[in-house]
Design a protein around this ligand. Structure first.
Ligand code: ADP
Length: 542
């Protein structure tokens, strides 16, 4: 049977407690003896070094995982000095072996950061234990270094400036952002007093900030952020926001202070800009408001001034038409009736403008009185009957049972119904049908509904959401849609709102439109919830 020596290095876990060892011992016989003992104990000895020079060389050439180092190496550097030299180049656990246990040797060895210390003569078990502990300690040290490195890298790269001090307020840590914000370099400030570098001024008075080092004072809440001015190294001043906290040890003793801070110059500029913009906006708003009021008062005056001569012009046209100023031919009558219609149109426009001014200045007076909605509706429909007949449009009115008197401003509700009816007749062609229905509202107690529907041209759904807006007109219809000012439905909406009611519309292009006005029987008591109009449409559609 042939056995082959396994030259491959075993997996780390298998040889966890069997590191490859370099022995440094000036006495060759003792070194040899160590080698034999270690081999017997299952360790691999990478080499024997008899002095400091050989130790440094073999440590780098033979790739050991641990060094057993005799402190007394005869001539040249001693074991402690050699260990320190090797540790500068290689991170290896080094265990000292010595026959001396005097205090001075122990102290010197301790200062060099050893991973173990064995006194000659020693048992195999003692050696094994020292090796195991040395390896474990080294692993812990590596892990600690790694976590320290990660921690440092994180703190160094954070966007906020970070400064940490020792208990005397001397700077121990100064990250990259702190360098950029303060203008000081890490190398310049390490070991210097924080108060020499981190010079703060009060944000308001620009005097020295009194509570800057308050983290050193008792009773200050940690994490409290403050805004101050920081004097940079070059003498310029920038606004910063900072937080400070004590670094406590496990017994809650302060081991220093950590300060995090950020340059808020950009934020300040943005805030100033926003502030200026807000001021400008307020001024512009006031200016516009003023202009708006001026315009409204101008409208009001002009409308009144125009209304009086317009009324007398219409009156005189009527007089002439009726023959009171002498005989009138048919052609003259036809022309005069066109003039009369134009006067009526202008009258409607002026009244709409006056109403809008009243609505927007809160001067629209609503005088509530209990009256019959049914009678009012019938009167309005009757008044329009001849106009409908002239156009060849069927007009009918239905008052359903249960519609009683309601509390309303009759003139204003008449205006709403009249406006809707006018529009319906305007947009319905010959042979079409316009109906007005008044009924108690089934879905909401103490409410009535007026429905004005037509079989006219309809309104495209893209306009429906804005149809009640002030000055909104549908531009894609025929010329009749351009005759008004786009105020009629807006006024209807506002008047209905002043009655605590709601108005909405459904329309299908080419098939007609239906306007629904919902009014409470007693507007002062009831309140139609927002969105009810939409519910109503949904209900009706269903
Ligand atoms: P105006 O005061 O100019 O008559 P309105 O506010 O009464 O305007 O109406 C706004 C727009 O709504 C009008 O331009 C018209 O095109 C459209 N509209 C209103 N009622 C109807 C209707 N019954 N059928 C079709 N379009 C209508």
């Amino acid at each position: 049977m042939t056995t082959t020596a396994n030259t491959e290095r075993p997996e780390k876990s298998e040889r966890e407690f069997h590191p490859r060892i370099l022995v440094v011992e000036d006495e060759a016989i003792v070194a040899c003896h160590f080698q034999q003992r270690l081999t017997r104990m299952g360790y691999t000895v990478t080499g024997l070094a008899y002095d400091s020079e050989q130790a440094v060389q073999k440590a780098s050439e033979t790739n050991p995982e641990l060094i057993l180092m005799d402190i007394n190496l005869g001539h040249g550097l001693n074991g402690i000095e050699t260990a320190m030299l090797i540790r500068k180049q290689q991170d290896l656990p080094i265990i000292y072996i010595t026959a001396n246990s005097d205090t001075d040797t122990v102290r010197r060895a301790a200062r060099s950061g050893p991973f173990g210390y064995i006194l000659k003569p020693f048992e195999d078990r003692e050696l094994e234990t020292a090796i195991h502990l040395g390896v474990a300690k080294h692993k812990m040290e590596l892990r600690l270094k790694e976590s320290e490195r990660r921690f440092n890298a994180t703190l160094t790269s954070v966007a906020d400036g970070l400064i940490a001090t020792d208990p005397d307020g001397r700077i121990e840590f100064f990250n990259d952002s702190a360098e950029i914000i303060t203008g000081w370099t890490h190398a310049d400030v390490l070991g210097r007093k924080l108060s020499d570098v981190f010079l703060l001024k009060d944000d308001g008075t620009h005097g020295p900030s009194t509570n800057v080092f308050s983290p050193f004072l008792p009773g200050v809440l940690p994490g409290d952020s403050r805004t101050v001015l920081l004097a940079r190294r070059d003498g310029t001043t920038i606004p910063i926001e900072y937080r400070a906290a004590h670094i406590h040890d496990e017994r809650q003793y302060s081991k220093g202070v950590v300060i995090s801070f950020s340059d808020i110059t950009g934020r300040r500029h943005a805030e100033e800009k926003i502030h200026t913009a807000q001021q400008q906006l307020t001024e512009a708003h006031q200016h516009l408001q003023h202009k708006h009021e001026e315009l409204q008062s101008f409208y009001h005056t002009v409308s009144h001034e125009v209304k009086t001569p317009l009324t007398s012009a219409r009156e005189f046209v009527s007089l002439v038409m009726e023959g009171l100023a002498g005989p009138v031919t048919d052609t003259q009558k036809e022309y005069l009736s066109i003039a009369q219609e134009s006067c009526d149109q202008m009258h409607t426009c002026i009244n709409d403008m006056l109403d809008v001014t009243r609505l927007e200045t809160g001067k629209m007076n609503i005088e509530f009185r209990t009256s019959s909605l049914a009678d009012l509706t019938r009167r309005i429909v009757t008044r329009q009957m001849s106009a409908a007949e002239r156009k060849g449009v069927h007009l009918n009115c239905t008052i359903k049972p249960g519609v009683g008197d309601i509390l309303m401003d009759e003139t204003r509700i008449a205006q709403v119904i009249g406006n809707l009816l006018n529009n319906a007749l305007k947009f319905t062609s010959e042979g079409g049908l316009v109906s007005v229905v008044v009924e108690p509202l089934a879905t909401l107690a103490d409410h009535v509904r007026i429905t004005v529907s037509d079989t006219g041209c309809g309104i495209h759904k893209k306009h429906l959401a804005r149809i009640f807006d002030r000055l909104y007109q549908v531009r894609d219809g025929d010329a009749s849609s351009r005759m008004g000012l786009g105020l009629g439905l807006y006024i209807c909406h506002e008047l209905v709102r002043l009655h605590n009611g709601s108005i909405c519309v459904e329309s299908v292009i080419g098939q007609g439109s239906t306007f629904y006005v919902t009014l409470p029987v007693s507007p002062k008591k009831s309140f139609l919830p927002m969105g009810h109009a939409n519910e109503l449409v949904a209900h009706l559609a269903a």
